[in-house]
Ligand binder design. Structure first.
Ligand SMILES: C[C@@]1(CC(=O)O)c2cc3[nH]c(cc4nc(cc5[nH]c(cc(n2)[C@H]1CCC(=O)O)[C@@](C)(CC(=O)O)[C@@H]5CCC(=O)O)C(CC(=O)O)=C4CCC(=O)O)c(CCC(=O)O)c3CC(=O)O
Ligand SMILES: NC(=O)C1=CN([C@@H]2O[C@H](COP(=O)(O)OP(=O)(O)OC[C@H]3O[C@@H](n4cnc5c(N)ncnc54)[C@H](O)[C@@H]3O)[C@@H](O)[C@H]2O)C=CC1
Length: 201
């Protein structure tokens, strides 16, 4: 069986610079999910044409740091960016964006060519400080989306309270490292213990 060998990390997009080239349906979808998960991200969009949904999206995030540069892409546009997403409708242009970004040392996502991506975007569920990211290794983004929607339904809205309480408990512990590990593990054991079988029928 083939394996998914991707290694997920959780980026602090408030301290990185991201460029999206292309603001059509895909550029807009990427921007939507980026802002939903990381409204504090610094994002620049370079595109010849910017679809109306992008302008509507930016109205939903009046505080977002999104710069729109309506222009034809030029290789020097990638200068200074850490992460670059190539989302134009031209495969050759996306490859040109990738080449420029790689030469500048950035990590690149090429929306129409998984083989040229350094990273994939995932489906994301957020509940307060809890964040779950899902990838199917590019096999079925639709499955990733559906699994995200399922998780959004089954994870209780107040999951963040559990985390808050655990953090308060963790902060209140005063023993050495090993004692803290033991106490926190004892406290949370019931979260993973299988439910005890009822003897009644
Ligand atoms: C490899 C990857 C690279 C990347 O984009 O990062 C990639 C690639 C491609 N996507 C394509 C199509 C679709 N993508 C979506 C949706 C999403 N795609 C996302 C990620 C990824 N898409 C990365 C892998 C993720 C993983 O590992 O699973 C999500 C999770 C995150 C996000 O976009 O932010 C977001 C769901 C967010 C959510 O709702 O939670 C839908 C569904 C829909 O829109 O309803 C469709 C149409 C149906 C279908 O094809 O499945 C095509 C074909 C294009 C064509 O045929 O022209 C390619 C190119 C190819 O596969 O060759
Ligand atoms: N990764 C993913 O989730 C998905 C990827 N795709 C792929 O993504 C690609 C983009 O598709 P769409 O967004 O639907 O296309 P689109 O036609 O809606 O948008 C293309 C965007 O690229 C811009 N553009 C084109 N030439 C440019 C240039 N020289 N300089 C600057 N900007 C330029 C356009 O102005 C527009 O903003 C397609 O190749 C498609 O196969 C499609 C669906 C999902």
């Amino acid at each position: 069986m083939e394996r998914n060998t991707l290694y997920p990390v959780f980026l602090k997009l408030d301290r990185l610079r991201m460029l999206i080239v292309g603001a059509g349906e895909v550029g807009c979808e990427k921007l939507t999910f980026l802002l939903k998960s990381s409204p504090d991200a610094h994002i620049t969009v370079v595109a010849k044409e910017v679809l109306p949904p992008v302008s509507r999206l930016l109205q939903e995030y009046p505080c977002a740091d999104v710069a729109i540069c309506q222009k034809t892409f030029a290789p020097e546009d990638v200068r200074g960016f850490d992460l670059v997403i190539a989302a134009t409708n031209f495969r050759a242009l996306n490859q040109e964006v990738r080449a420029a970004a790689k030469a500048a040392g950035a990590l690149v996502n090429v929306a129409d060519t998984p083989a040229l991506c350094d990273f994939y975007l995932g489906s994301i569920v957020t509940r307060g400080h809890l964040k779950v990211a899902i990838s199917t290794n590019g096999q079925s983004p639709t499955f990733a989306k559906r699994f995200r929607q399922w998780l959004e339904q089954v994870l209780p809205e107040d999951t963040h309270l559990l985390l808050q309480n655990l953090k308060a408990y963790r902060d209140a512990l005063s023993g050495d490292f090993e004692a803290k590990v033991r106490e926190l593990n004892e406290l949370t054991e019931s979260l993973v213990r299988p439910p005890s079988k009822s003897t009644k029928r």
